[in-house]
Design a protein around this ligand. Structure first.
Ligand code: AMP
Ligand code: MG
Length: 408
């Protein structure tokens, strides 16, 4: 057996970041920015009002501040998008709408809630106002030359909005990875098919397609391949031509029909590695580079396949996508219940439920912990790391890996 960190280092040492391209901003969510994005304009591009109200000049503001109210003549209305140049005359005001450019000599904008208009075209303004209030000044969000989104940023919706706000159409990013997913196993059928005795529905392909989509890659479903060395060889060599990465499940253990690991070894000209990793679940794992494509042979048991994805495949995809933080991030939580295990030289990753309370983060292990208990896993929202030991007691601090769904 090799340690988890050794396995992770091996995989990470064999994969490389993909090339940078300019992608339309609406296709860039979740991608990593490949060079600093600098703004060529100020945001806002002009001084404008933050409220619907009345723009007043300095002498009106002084009266309002001194006497608590001021009555002014309404000279007109300024709508958002109106670019005309205006000046507020003494004794008058403009009615102005949120986002509209303010006249050059505007001292402040009084909100409409602090106004009462009379029929003779006048308005009385009240309330507290000071120099500059309710004015969003030019460049107050972004100035010309600012780096708005630095290199290495993983684009989220507010980044996309920021890029749009400076008028960018395409953004420099590391291109989105394309990943093909297939299952191996004579026992597997697709939903909609009848199950004969001895058969089961393929769940791994779908859980992996889902996990990959959530990680921001483009996925392609390559179906079920029977336990037949020629069919597996053919499927893997054609997938290697087309994809950045390939995920398979099953066929990497020590069973008689576990062909995948041997075929990967053959197709990678001996550069693949079949590993027995000192973890439970997800001990067997195969990795290789086939014609430039990263191949991940994940174990067949459904819980193992997802744990292996999380601990080994996701970090590698992160590196290929240009991310900087690669390995899973753990947090500490207080165990609500104890958990017993025995020494076996492995780190166990058990499924648990985390509860983010007001004063403490608590975690409870779930009762069913076998690698086929996928439904139990679906009731969990984290993995608890249990080092090679007798387990832990209630009240102890344990390391926890949150499922990405907890953050979403
Ligand atoms: P294997 O590693 O191929 O021996 O598979 C280990 C266990 O996982 C067996 O019980 C398989 O039936 C099961 N298994 C393999 N592939 C899948 C799959 N795609 N969906 C659900 N179970 C699977
Ligand atoms: Mg199998």
């Amino acid at each position: 057996m090799i340690s988890l960190s050794e396995a992770q280092e091996f995989v990470l040492s064999k994969v490389e970041r993909k090339r940078a391209i300019a992608t339309p901003i609406d296709k860039a969510i979740g991608l990593v920015v490949s060079s600093d994005v600098v703004s060529a304009i100020d945001i806002p591009p002009f001084d404008n009002t933050a409220v619907d109200g009345f723009a007043i000049e300095e002498s009106a503001l002084n009266l309002l501040s001194g006497q608590g109210s001021v009555t002014l003549k309404v000279a007109g209305t300024i709508a958002a998008g109106d670019g005309s140049k205006r000046e507020i005359a003494e004794g008058s005001t403009y009615r102005i709408m949120t986002g509209a450019r303010v006249p050059a000599n505007t001292a402040s904008v009084v909100m409409v809630e602090d106004s009462s208009e009379t029929e003779d075209g006048k308005v009385t303004l009240t309330g507290v106002s000071s120099q500059g209030s309710n004015i969003r000044s030019k460049g107050s969000d972004v100035s010309v030359g600012d780096v708005v989104v630095p290199e290495g940023t993983i684009l989220n919706p507010s980044h996309i909005g920021t890029l749009a706000s400076i008028g960018l159409v395409r953004v420099p990013v590391f291109r989105r990875l394309r990943v093909g997913v297939l299952s191996t196993g004579d026992e597997l059928r697709d939903g909609g098919d009848e199950l004969a005795e001895g058969q089961i529905y393929d769940s791994n392909r779908h859980s992996l397609l889902a996990a990959l989509s959530q990680s921001g890659v483009e996925v392609v479903d390559l179906g079920i391949i029977r336990d037949d060395a020629d069919l597996i060889r053919e499927a893997l060599s054609s997938a290697a031509e087309e994809f950045d990465a390939i995920a398979t499940s099953g066929g990497v253990s020590v069973g008689d029909f576990d062909y995948t690991k041997a075929i990967v070894q053959e197709l990678s000209q001996g550069n693949a590695k079949w590993m027995q990793i000192a973890i439970r679940p997800a001990k067997p794992f195969a990795f290789g580079v086939l014609n430039g494509a990263a191949f991940f042979g994940l174990p067949g048991n459904p819980v193992s396949a997802l744990v292996s994805f999380e601990l080994l495949m996701k970090p590698a995809l992160a590196k290929m996508a240009g991310k900087k933080s690669l390995l899973p991030q753990f947090i500490y939580a207080t165990a609500q219940h104890g958990y017993k295990r025995s020494l076996d030289g492995k780190i166990h990753f058990i499924r648990g439920v985390i509860d983010i309370g007001d004063d403490q983060v608590r975690v409870s292990p779930l009762p069913k912990q076998s690698s086929h208990n996928l439904n139990e896993m679906s009731q969990s929202n984290c993995l608890i790391e249990v080092p090679d030991s007798q387990g832990f007691e209630a009240g102890e601090a344990v390391r926890v890996l949150l499922n990405s769904s907890v953050w979403m």
